[in-house]
Design a protein around this ligand. Structure first.
Ligand code: PEP
Length: 253
């Protein structure tokens, strides 16, 4: 059976009280496939959302972490801190972090290794800018990210990483990659992983599409054979829309 993970990325939205309201609205939707769903929320919302999600089966994620266990890194959050809260997932290398916060493939690689050691599932974001796509070098660029980000990670650990292919030109722009464009790159990424590891590892990996996925386009994206779900920004802030996207995955399962 095809695997799906529908992950909400709330970004820097929702105070604690607003987060509690959104989770209550989501719970009221009675999602039938909670094991295929998670929400990645701001650090300040993690405890509240953890409690609110209790018994639902919906997973919880953070949106970043530091790779060191502790120390003089003012303003940062460590993996042991996240682990104690009981998160399941952590987004790593989102294009907004790469662009605005100097995230590099080197720091992404260190974070992936530290998360895997802690037993937290990384959701690794990769994807090209519009400029790179217009040059026609998007596959070379994304392959470079994947190779650098997975450096030194063995096959058993690699298979635990969720990849989100997010073309930067489609994030928050309302401009979705066509199902064929998304499928082509997700299949290409799977091929790169099969090349680094083996076909069994490549086939086992969850590769999501992210970029203006919404209720109206989720089904046509999710039915593509190499797309195992979505990383959803804007539409994850609306319980109706997010539940409808989860519903599209449930129908295809
Ligand atoms: C994202 O933040 O990862 C994302 C895909 O955002 P949006 O769905 O709003 O394009």
């Amino acid at each position: 059976m095809k695997k799906f993970l529908i992950a909400g990325n709330w970004k820097m939205n929702k105070t604690e009280s607003e987060a509690a309201e959104l989770v209550e609205a989501l719970k009221a939707k009675n999602i039938t496939n909670p094991e295929q769903v998670c929400v990645c929320v701001p650090f300040t919302d993690l405890r509240t959302v953890k409690k609110a999600l209790e018994g639902t089966g919906i997973g919880l994620g953070a949106q970043n972490c530091h790779f060191e266990e502790s120390g003089a890194f003012t303003g940062e959050i460590s993996i042991p801190m996240l682990k104690e809260i009981g998160i399941d997932y952590c987004i790593i290398g989102h294009s907004e972090r790469r662009e605005y916060f100097n995230e590099t493939d080197l720091t992404v690689n260190k974070k992936l290794k530290a998360l895997l050691q802690a037993g937290i599932t990384p959701i690794l974001c990769v994807g090209e800018s519009l400029e790179i796509r217009e040059q026609g070098t998007e596959q070379t660029f994304v392959a470079g990210q994947v190779i650098a980000d997975f450096e030194g990670i063995g096959p058993a650990d690699a298979a635990k990483i969720v990849i989100a292919y997010e073309p930067i030109w489609a994030i928050g722009t309302g401009k979705t990659a066509t199902p064929d464009q998304a499928e082509e790159m997700c299949a290409f990424i799977r091929g790169v992983l099969s090349g680094i590891y083996d076909n069994a590892t490549g086939d086992a990996m969850i590769i999501q599409y992210g970029g203006s996925m919404k209720a109206a386009n989720a089904k046509e994206l999710l039915e593509k054979s190499d797309i195992n779900g979505g990383l959803i920004g804007g539409a994850s802030l609306k319980a109706d829309d997010f539940a409808a996207i989860a519903g599209a995955a449930a129908e295809l399962s």
